[in-house]
Design a protein around this ligand. Structure first.
Ligand SMILES: *Cc1c(COP(=O)(O)O)cnc(C)c1O
Length: 397
């Protein structure tokens, strides 16, 4: 934890020194943009996450040398498989790209004739992806991007095992199962989905993009719950490069991912992970496995307790700890319940005022109506105090 804190502060000093402290213009400033203090979440629209020095160093190192990219993808994959206790691993250009490539892998496997048919004619014998209606999320167009058709099973509130049995046909390429406590309701549990799918020879792919923490997710879905592949974002809690993702699972399907992907000029070629992303992701996973995750959560709890003490009881404001977070992860955040009449502003207005501030502070939409969520995970160094001052100012204190 001491090391994690030190590196965290190092990043903060770096970012401050390019902005307020010296006034030296960085790339954002040179374009008239302002650095945002992100108390919302690891959102792509805000830049996702910040890379720690080890990750930046690995990317710099990779950027300074040519390498056999086939061999690099294979060796890095073997190392990632070992680190994550999986049979095999593949580095993609983000989790969404990992979903496209996993779908392609399940559609044609390593059959070059089937791949050729798909490339030339857009046809595959297996071109349907079953997804629980309760699991439909804004990232599932990845299925269409691979040329497959999503087939809903169940409804938003419930799914029965016989409904999944009935949905499986000769055309079923895979079942996409989306992980997260917030999506549990209405879908069959993963183990039951796997049991039904495997009885019919159908692979199960887990979208686990935002399921870190807990670190155990890296092997739980595949090694313990039997899924064939699990897909993670490199640029969320792993704090690897934004355009990196990790696909782990069965060797035959990972071979199929590699067959589709760069440097091969096949269907996944437009979603290239470069040598810098690959090196950065590997460094990020290595680092993530050495972190004291309990200490990181304890630090989050300390920040949240400070926010609750600062905000609870202000006119129109009730502050409390919220758990789990918006992605169903076992990590706490702070919820501000806003009574617009007493506070003089509603939750949406408060978030807008924070984002219009100097520096802009991004706060999340809370899980209950008229609430604002604050997350400590994305903050660095002095940021929690900046957030406190910004909220007090936005409330006219
Ligand atoms: C973030 C996210 C993705 C996309 O991940 P990228 O790494 O940004 O491509 C996909 N699925 C879920 C559930 C996500 O939360």
């Amino acid at each position: 934890m001491a090391a994690e804190k030190a590196t965290t502060k190092g990043v903060q000093r770096m970012s401050t020194s390019t902005t307020t402290a010296t006034g030296r213009a960085g790339v954002y400033e040179s374009l008239g943009l302002t650095r945002v203090v992100n108390a919302d979440a690891r959102l792509t629209k805000l830049g996702g996450s910040l890379m720690p020095p080890e990750v930046i160093a690995a990317m710099l190192d990779a950027a300074s040398g040519y390498v056999d990219m086939y061999a690099f993808q294979e060796r890095a994959g073997a190392r990632l498989a070992e680190l994550t206790r999986n049979e095999a691993a593949f580095i993609s250009a983000g989790a969404a790209a990992g979903l496209v490539i996993s779908t392609l892998a399940c559609m044609v496997g390593t059959d070059l004739v089937a791949l050729s048919r798909l490339m030339e004619h857009g046809e595959a014998r297996k071109d349907e992806v079953i997804i629980h209606t309760a699991h439909r999320i804004p990232y599932d167009p990845a299925i269409r991007a691979a040329g497959a058709r999503p087939v809903n099973v169940g409804n938003a509130l419930q799914t029965f095992d016989w409904e999944l049995e009935a949905a499986i046909t000769e055309r079923t390429a895979m079942i996409l199962w989306v992980a997260g406590d917030h999506l549990r309701r209405g879908a069959l549990p993963l183990e039951e989905t796997v049991r039904i799918a495997h009885a019919r020879g159908v692979p199960v792919v887990v979208d686990a993009a935002a399921q870190l923490p807990p670190v155990e997710s890296l092997w739980r879905f595949t090694r313990e719950q039997g899924a064939d592949l699990a897909v993670f974002s490199g640029g969320k809690d792993l704090r690897g490069p934004q355009a990196s993702g990790l696909v782990v699972g069965r060797a035959a399907l990972i071979d199929a991912c590699r067959m589709q992907g760069s440097p091969n000029q096949r269907l996944a070629r437009p979603m290239k992970a470069g040598k810098e992303e690959m090196a950065g992701l590997l460094a990020a996973v290595e680092r993530y496995l050495t972190l004291d995750h309990a200490a990181i959560i304890a630090e989050s709890e300390r920040v949240i307790a400070g926010w609750v003490a600062a905000f609870d009881g202000l006119p129109g404001i009730t502050a409390r700890r919220d758990f789990p977070n918006e992605a169903g992860q076992p990590t706490p955040r702070c919820l501000l319940l806003v009574d617009p009449a007493a506070a003089g502003i509603d939750a949406a207005g408060l978030r807008r005022r924070l984002f219009a501030g100097d520096p802009p502070v991004a706060a999340g939409e809370g899980s209950v109506p008229n609430s604002v969520a604050l997350s400590p995970d994305t903050l660095e160094g002095a940021d929690p105090a900046i957030v406190t001052r910004a909220i007090l100012a936005a409330l006219g204190r």
